[in-house]
Design a protein around this ligand. Structure first.
Ligand code: PYR
Length: 356
């Protein structure tokens, strides 16, 4: 931007004449956005702030989106209902919080052992993902937009060490979406809690373990103070996507240039969130380990059984849920093509760098 300012001054100084076209006046529009996330998590909650700031900048302040944290306007897991019912015009959330309504919604966020973040973004933006997702969300009178990504997540914090599948029996763990269903089939007792409510439950022993996202957030939430073992890989969150929801009628009432501003700002928020996490996670993980967190890989029997169970769950769901089947088949076909390419270029390259 400084460069543009300087270039502008130079052009004027050189005597170029600049005539600005008259700006079309747009209406003043004020929206409220209900987030599922707590304000303390600047990166994930910040996705909505970026959207709001950029939309305002792109419309000369005429389109204002006020952001409310999880629980402020509506419950953290009430965002889909609130946008569908037009209680708020838009929201920022993770669709797998609505797993109970339709498991297909969870596929928009992430699937255990599924696509990584880049693959999921590519499926959504450059393959058939967006078209299929828009069809699904039309049933809720909602339009979905990319809302950021955490990248691959960690496997969470455990008070007790998980040495084998046996150790999952009866384990009370906070975990959302398909991950919760798989953990339950492995003998654990999953709990559904919004981000802002996890720490107090773990601290008072109401749960034995909790997963949220990645080291930068996990450190902020303080899980390391009450559970020592930090597990990887987070096989149920291979590239978690957040999402902006917009009520269909509210969207239709926007001038096209405001719609374009919203789309541009959502895309920027999507990219920016992942870039921030990728920059902030490495030092956060180092700090956590230096502070006493014990990093552990899930045992092989857990990973193998979880993989097998995930595919059983998908097969059962695809059998009875045509919306899920369409999304799942498309994602799996994409994953097969994409993995073949990653196996040639990205993976060997990063393996080589780590090995030398
Ligand atoms: C979670 O709720 O677990 C997320 O990763 C956002």
């Amino acid at each position: 931007r400084d460069f543009l300012k300087t270039a502008g001054v130079g052009a004027l100084a050189a005597g170029a004449s600049v005539s600005l076209p008259a700006r079309a006046e747009g209406p003043t529009i004020k929206w409220r956005l209900a987030s599922s996330f707590p304000k303390s998590l600047d990166t994930i909650y910040g996705g909505a702030e970026t959207l709001s700031r950029r939309v305002a900048e792109l419309t000369d302040g005429r389109f204002e989106i006020r952001v409310f944290a999880g629980g402020e306007l509506v419950p953290a897991f009430g965002v889909l209902d609130a946008v569908q019912q037009n209680t708020v015009e838009c929201g920022h959330t993770a669709s797998y919080y609505y797993y109970g309504k339709n498991k297909a919604l969870a596929a928009e966020t992430t699937l255990p052992f599924g696509l990584n973040t880049r693959q999921l973004t590519s499926w959504v933006m450059a393959d058939e993902g967006m078209g299929l997702l828009r069809e699904m969300f039309a049933e809720y009178d909602i339009l979905n937009f990319p809302g950021g990504s955490t990248g691959a997540q960690m496997g969470g914090w455990y008070r007790r060490e998980i040495k084998s599948l046996e150790d999952l029996k009866g384990l009370k763990i906070r975990i959302p979406g398909f991950g919760a269903e798989i953990f339950s089939r492995l003998g654990a007792v999953p709990q559904s809690l919004p981000g802002g409510e996890i720490y107090p439950s773990l601290e008072r022993g109401a749960i034995d373990a909790a997963e949220w996202t990645v080291p930068y957030d996990d450190e902020k939430l303080g899980f390391h103070k009450v559970a020592k073992y930090y597990y990887y890989p987070g096989w149920w969150e291979t590239g978690t996507h957040l999402v902006f929801y917009v009520n269909k009628d509210q969207w239709a009432a926007l001038p096209p240039s405001y719609q374009a501003a919203f789309e541009v700002a959502a895309n920027e928020a999507h990219l920016e969130m992942l870039a921030r996490y990728d920059a902030k996670n490495p030092p956060a993980l180092q700090r956590l380990i230096a502070g006493g967190a014990e990093l552990r890989r899930f045992p092989d029997d857990v990973l193998l059984k979880a993989y097998e169970t995930a595919h059983q769950v998908y097969a059962e769901e695809a059998e009875k849920n045509p919306v899920f089947k369409r999304l799942y088949d498309s994602m799996m076909a994409f994953q097969e093509r994409s993995d073949a390419w990653w196996g040639v270029a990205e993976l060997p390259m990063s393996n080589l760098r780590q090995a030398v």
